[in-house]
Design a protein around this ligand. Structure first.
Ligand code: F6P
Length: 326
């Protein structure tokens, strides 16, 4: 590869609030450095089909506050095949794209890694997912906004749970990780979080009921991470009905609500810093790395590390939810 003159940018996988702020930062930092920018629509799909447009500074005007992604997104099975990736590479060449910035979660970075292994293309990834399940960065773009959405929802549910003296199971997203459930429980003062990381170690529901809910109240809110290992909110409510019929349990599944909305200040700042850092990384000759922020510092994490290590939830936070719910 020669010197970079033109980059392509895409968002892929589940959308996350703050992706637009990242697109804006990547585009404007690249233009500031004298590079051209091409927006690739619908993730890797647009690279294969050639849905690619020239981006200027005004292409990304007035988007920092918007949820979703102006580039649209998709999960793209075609990119998993060699033919798909070959077509993507040919379109890159045709468009004069010298390097790629991809924004997404583990599926996006897995695709980037495969593509980079086969073709001589510098790729930098930005962690964009509400799940916060990528190693090497303290937070992913969208995590904080989703947490705030969960917190608002639980604040509202608290009113009805208290009035009716009910037990509520609130199911949150997270893919295979319990970050949204655990941090959501801390932020909203929920009585417990049931997360996949703990499921093999204990019967979390039984423990919860055996130890009694908060002594001073007859209601409780339990955040449940979506995952077969937790049984999901519905599964847990059914168990309560069968095994602990003294409780009047209800279920709320927050679902895709958690992916929407205007990004928080924290997500906008994170996305802006990471977007600019992606261009610095490419200028420095970095390739096949995810840009993250760890302990306030920008870090470049090789794709293998971002994907290869399980990012463990903080066990002291699991303990803290318990302590604070006495
Ligand atoms: O990775 C983001 C995420 O929202 C996960 O939390 C969830 O498991 C998944 O995507 C849902 O995907 P889809 O929108 O394709 O149903």
């Amino acid at each position: 590869m020669g010197a970079i003159k033109c980059i392509g940018i895409l968002t892929s996988g589940g959308d996350a609030p703050g992706m637009n702020a990242a697109i804006r930062a990547v585009t404007r930092t690249a233009i500031f450095n004298g590079w051209r920018v091409k927006g690739i629509m619908r993730g890797y799909k647009g690279l294969i089909t050639g849905e690619i447009a020239d981006f200027t500074s005004s292409s990304v005007s007035n988007i920092i506050q918007k949820g979703g992604t102006i580039l649209k997104t998709a999960r793209c099975p075609e990119f998993k095949s060699e033919e798909g990736r070959q077509a993507a590479y040919e379109n890159m060449r045709k468009e004069g794209i010298d390097a790629l910035v991809v924004i997404g979660g583990d599926g996006t970075i897995t695709g980037a890694r495969c593509f980079a292994d086969e073709f001589d293309v510098p790729i930098v990834a930005l962690p964009g997912t509400i799940d916060n399940d990528l190693s090497g960065t303290d937070s992913t773009i969208g995590f904080d906004t989703a947490l705030n959405t969960i917190m608002d929802a639980v604040d509202k549910l608290r009113d009805t749970a208290t009035s009716h003296e009910r037990l509520f199971f609130v199911e949150v997203m997270g893919n295979t990780a319990g970050y949204l459930a655990l941090n959501g429980a801390l932020a909203s003062g929920a009585e417990a979080a049931i997360i996949p990381e703990m499921e093999t170690e204990t019967d979390q529901l039984k423990n919860l009921i055996d130890n009694g809910f908060r002594k001073s109240k007859n209601s409780a809110i339990v955040l449940v991470a979506e995952n077969p290992a937790t049984g999901g909110a519905m599964g847990l409510a059914e168990r309560v009905k069968r095994e602990f019929p003294q409780y009047d349990a209800r279920v709320t599944i927050l679902g895709h609500l958690q992916r929407g909305g205007s990004p928080t200040a924290q997500d906008r700042i994170l996305a802006s810093r990471l977007g600019a850092a992606a261009i610095t990384a490419l200028k420095e000759g970095q390739r096949n790395v995810m840009v993250g922020i760890s302990n306030l510092e920008t870090v470049y994490v090789p794709f293998t590390k971002a994907l290869g290590r399980t990012k463990r939830v903080r066990s002291e936070n699991v303990e803290l939810v318990k302590i604070l719910s006495i």
